[in-house]
Design a protein around this ligand. Structure first.
Ligand code: ZN
Length: 368
C-alpha cells in the first residue's frame, strides 16, 4: 500500500531563497509548456516535449530533468481535463525524482536548485526514521506557511489478514466522535473547544478582509484541520489496535448520505459539517489494512433507532441526541453505544464473545 511521508526541510536562508526562485521558474516553465501544448492541441508528454523542450531549456534555464518534470506537470493536468489550459501557482509543487534529489543520510537530503545542489537537514522523528528506508524514487516539494516540505511516497507491506472471530461496531457521532460496541467513547470535547476558539477568531478576521487577515485566516484553518487530523489519527490507531488484539473485524457505517440521515439544525449544523467523519474512516481503513484487520461497511439505516436488545425499531426510541430508550422493552442506554452494537450485529458474527449486550441480529436485519 502506498502512503505519503511528510518531511519538513530546514534550509538556510540562502537555500530558501533559491528554492523559492526554483519553484517560480519551474511553474513558469510548466505554464509555458501547458500553453504551448494547449495552443497546438497536443497533450501528451512526448508531443509536448517535441514541441517545446528546447525552448524551455533556453528560456528558463532549467536542467534537462527539471524540464521534463515541468512538462510532466502540464501533462498530468491535461490527463484529467483538456478543455481549459491550466495555470499553475508561482509556488506550486515541484516533483523531484532520483536524478534531482538524493538522501545523503538519515537526516539530510540534497535537492537541485537554480543556484546548484543544496544539501539540507530535515526534521526527522522516530516515525520518519523508521519509514525512511521505504521512500521510493519520487517526492513533491511543497511550500506551505513559509515552510518547505517533501512529500515522499512510501510503499508499506500489508499484514496478512487476521482470521476474524469477532466484530467491533464503530458509530461516528456528533457528541462523541466515535463510540465502539465495547462501550469505549472518544469524545469530541477537545476538538469542539478548538473549533469554537477558531470559529470566533475567524469571524473577527473575516470582517477585516485585508490581505494579512486573509493570510491569518488560512493559517487558522490549517491549524484547526491539523488538530482534527491528529485526533482522528489517535482514535483510529486505538481502534485498530483493539480490533487486532481481539481478532475483530471493524464494522463501519457506509457514510454516503450521512448528512441527510442525521438531522442537524442551526448551531449543530456548523458543528456537523465541520466534522471530518470521512477522514476518521479513511484513517481506520488504511491503518487496518496495514495491521491485517478487516473493515466492513454496512448500511447504517435504522441503526440509531433500533433497540440493540430486542430489535424493536421506532423513531420514538431515540429520545434525544444522546439518549436511547426502547419503547418496547424499556432498555435504556447511550444512543451512540446502541448504534455501535447494531452495527456490530450487522456483521453477522455470533455475538456474546466480547459484546456487553447481546444483539439479536435476526430481528435487527428484518427491521432494517
Ligand atoms: Zn428493546
Amino acid at each position: 500500500m502506498k502512503l505519503t511521508l511528510q518531511l519538513q526541510l530546514l534550509p538556510t536562508s540562502e537555500q530558501k531563497t533559491d528554492l523559492l526562485a526554483t519553484m517560480i521558474r519551474f511553474n513558469d516553465a510548466a505554464n509555458f509548456a501547458a500553453q504551448q501544448g494547449f495552443a497546438a492541441k497536443v497533450f501528451g508528454q512526448v508531443s509536448i516535449h517535441r514541441l517545446c523542450y528546447r525552448a524551455i531549456r533556453d528560456r528558463f534555464g532549467l536542467s534537462a530533468q527539471m524540464t521534463v518534470r515541468a512538462i510532466a506537470k502540464a501533462v498530468e493536468c491535461f490527463q484529467r481535463y483538456k478543455k481549459i489550459c491550466p495555470v499553475f501557482k508561482l509556488h506550486g509543487a515541484i516533483t523531484y525524482d532520483e536524478r534531482v534529489m538524493s538522501f545523503k543520510s538519515l537526516t539530510e537530503v540534497s535537492l537541485w536548485g537554480l543556484a546548484g545542489r543544496h544539501r539540507m537537514p530535515f526534521v526527522c522523528g522516530a516515525y520518519q526514521k523508521a519509514l525512511q528506508g521505504r521512500i521510493k524514487g519520487q517526492a513533491d516539494l511543497v511550500y506551505r506557511d513559509k515552510k518547505f516540505y517533501l512529500l515522499c511516497t512510501i510503499n508499506m507491506p500489508e499484514n496478512t489478514p487476521i482470521e476474524v472471530q469477532n466484530a467491533i461496531g464503530v458509530d461516528c457521532g456528533i457528541i462523541n466522535l466515535a463510540t465502539d460496541s465495547t462501550g469505549e467513547e472518544f469524545t469530541g470535547v477537545n476538538v469542539e473547544k478548538v473549533r469554537q476558539q477558531y470559529a470566533w477568531r475567524r469571524r473577527v478576521l473575516n470582517r477585516c478582509g485585508t490581505k494579512s487577515a486573509r493570510r491569518r485566516l488560512n493559517k487558522i484553518r490549517r491549524r484547526e484541520a491539523n488538530f482534527r487530523r491528529n485526533e482522528n489519527h489517535r482514535i483510529s490507531k486505538r481502534l485498530v489496535a483493539k480490533a487486532k488484539a481481539t481478532a475483530s473485524v471493524i464494522v463501519l457505517e457506509n457514510l454516503k448520505g450521512i448528512r441527510e440521515r442525521v438531522s442537524v439544525h442551526g448551531r449543530q449544523r456548523a458543528k456537523h459539517s465541520g466534522w471530518a467523519f470521512r477522514q476518521l474512516q479513511t484513517f481506520m481503513e488504511y491503518k487496518a489494512k496495514l495491521a491485517g484487520v478487516s473493515v466492513l461497511f454496512v448500511d447504517p439505516r435504522n441503526t440509531s433507532k433500533t433497540c440493540s436488545r430486542c430489535g424493536h425499531c421506532d423513531r420514538g426510541n431515540r429520545r434525544t441526541q444522546a439518549e436511547f430508550r426502547c419503547l418496547h422493552c424499556n432498555y435504556s442506554t447511550n444512543a451512540d453505544f446502541n448504534a455501535a452494537l447494531n452495527l456490530r450485529a450487522k456483521a453477522g458474527i455470533n455475538p456474546a464473545i466480547v459484546g456487553v449486550v447481546e444483539a439479536k441480529a435476526g430481528n435487527l436485519l428484518n427491521c432494517g
